[in-house]
Design a protein around this ligand. Structure first.
Ligand SMILES: [Zn+2]
Length: 520
């Protein structure tokens, strides 16, 4: 079709649409695409909490009413909460199979904002029109270092562990054992500029993995790149979770906060699950009161999910921090703890293998779930086959191998809310509305119309049963990826993706969360 024909057709189509809309307005009863009836509508931003009917049309919430409404599709939400779709700022793995697991935990938006990706345009192209949920990524400082210092050009965050393994294939991981030259530093920053121009949501950095070879000036320059484009920074801070004075975990956060404060830059402090977390919660609250855009996240588990080769489970480091290895490091594919000798061997032969390391006190997860304005994430990885390809979306939940947080982070906090009588609105806020609000305040406009059950908002909606919702994923074979139950419906951009607790793989309604690329 040539351009003028196309224009004529477009004009005709538009006229017909307007005519059709005019007709339907004349009818006594408007028909919505979807109606969600008799649910407990909860909107953290306005603190609205009442039983209502919700009408959705063209991807948006059009009405919230006590009146009877009709739709082409009807969801009976009696006894269920109807809340803003859950937003995760910490997903390393964004495969279709991961999205399928995430959806069952109520998620509607998946963002890689800890490590980020390297080839931003490709990340978005690969998902365009075909994603089960909304998706986005920041640009990765670590991958830029690996590209410049080890010559391994990564694509996206989903491949973090194999990229790390490949970076050390020659026996040296230069990116975390060497200080870059001035010339290399400039090249690293160029990769970040490229990512910003391609629409990355933030600059992302993981000083925790380059603890000893990252000059403060390099992190400052990295944050400056984000600030130059008016964008935020997401950081896994420099020091380990349980290091002692003077290298405390909190201090690593503070170098990022200091840079961000003088740059007037939004800052996301990734997985604030470590010793001193209360101090960081207090700092972020004070920062917000003083006008900063700053927040932290948590995943509600006492264990972390490092790859076998990660510094954090270096046997010598672990012993120095007071951990007993054979009681702390578990292989989720077998459910068995590793001996020190087995861990040392695995670090050499299979450094990309996902493990589970128990490092935290038992009572912390419930405290995190009850902390106001601390967002919930799952810090999950995609499951890859032996050739490092994504597992197909049809893969059974039972076949996922990795940390159980991938499937259960929201279900767990919602269950704990019921058991510990935490206000439901607080958890609903932390799961979706609050991170959306922070991302909006960071300048990401597509998130300003999400994270709310309000007329006019994008219909990213999660429907769950507060009396029944629970996580089911656990350690051990066949259990790592078991989906949360009690979340029967999830809508992404107004389309029903989870129906009767089954993910409809044909509904690919996800949209890109992205800055407009800068072409020059
Ligand atoms: Zn991390």
């Amino acid at each position: 079709m040539n351009e003028s024909k196309f224009r004529t057709c477009l004009l005709l189509c538009t006229t017909l649409l307007v005519f059709a809309a005019g007709c339907s307005n004349g009818d006594a009863q408007e028909t919505y695409d979807v109606v969600i009836l008799n649910g407990r509508v909860m909107d953290p931003e306005t603190n609205f909490d009442a039983v209502r009917n919700v009408g959705i049309k063209d991807g948006r919430i059009v009405t919230i009413t006590e009146e009877t409404i009709n739709g082409s599709e009807t969801i009976d939400a009696t006894g269920h909460a109807v809340v803003p779709g859950f937003v995760d700022t910490h997903n390393h793995g964004q495969s279709a199979f991961s999205y399928k697991i995430f959806l069952r935990d109520g998620m509607t938006t998946s963002l890689s904002l800890e490590n980020g990706s390297l080839q931003i345009a490709k990340f978005y192209e690969d998902r365009e029109g075909g994603a089960l949920m909304n998706y986005g990524t920041g640009v990765s400082h670590e991958f830029a270092r690996i590209a410049v210092m080890d010559g391994v050009i990564a694509t996206e965050d989903s491949y973090l562990y194999p990229v790390r393994a490949e970076s050390g294939a020659d026996g040296v991981e230069s990116w975390n054992t060497e200080v870059p030259t001035e010339e290399q530093t400039q090249e690293i920053l160029e990769w970040l500029h490229k990512g910003m121009k391609e629409g990355a949501l933030m600059v992302n950095s993981m000083p925790g993995y380059i603890r000893d070879t990252l000059p403060t000036r390099e992190l400052w320059e990295v944050q400056k790149v984000g600030a130059e484009y008016g964008r935020g920074v997401g950081v896994h801070p420099r020091f380990g979770p349980f290091e002692n004075i003077p290298n405390e975990y909190t201090l690593g956060n503070k170098e990022v906060i200091a840079n961000a404060a003088v740059l007037d830059q939004p800052v996301l402090l990734n997985h604030n699950n470590n010793r001193g977390w209360e101090e960081i919660v207090e700092m972020t609250k004070r920062g917000r009161e003083n006008g900063m855009v700053i927040w932290s996240e948590q995943y509600p588990y006492t264990s972390g999910g490092p790859n076998a080769g990660a510094t954090i489970i270096d046997p010598e480091n672990m012993k120095a921090m007071g951990f007993v290895i054979k009681e702390s490091v578990l292989d989720p594919s077998t459910g068995e703890y590793l001996s020190e000798a087995e861990l040392i061997e695995m670090r050499k032969t299979d450094p990309a293998r996902p493990l589970v390391a128990f490092l935290r006190p038992q009572d912390w997860p419930a405290k995190w779930c009850a902390t106001p304005e601390m967002s919930i994430v799952n810090d999950s990885f995609s499951m890859l086959d032996k050739e490092n390809n994504f597992m197909p979306v049809e893969t059974a939940y039972e076949d996922y191998v990795g940390h159980p947080r991938i499937a259960g982070s929201r279900g767990k906090c919602l269950r704990i809310a019921r058991e510990d009588e935490i206000p439901l609105m607080l958890v609903v806020n932390n799961a979706g509305a609050f991170p959306a609000k922070m991302l909006c305040a960071s300048g990401i406009e597509q998130m300003c119309e999400r994270g709310k059950i309000q007329e006019g908002a994008v219909a990213d909606i999660t429907v769950f049963d507060p009396e029944m919702v629970t996580e089911n994923s656990d350690y051990g074979p066949g259990k790592n990826g078991l989906p949360t139950t009690g979340i029967p419906y999830v809508l992404v951009n107004g389309q029903i993706v989870v129906r009767d607790s089954v993910v409809d793989l044909n509904v690919r309604a996800g949209q890109a969360i992205r800055y407009t690329p800068i072409t020059q």
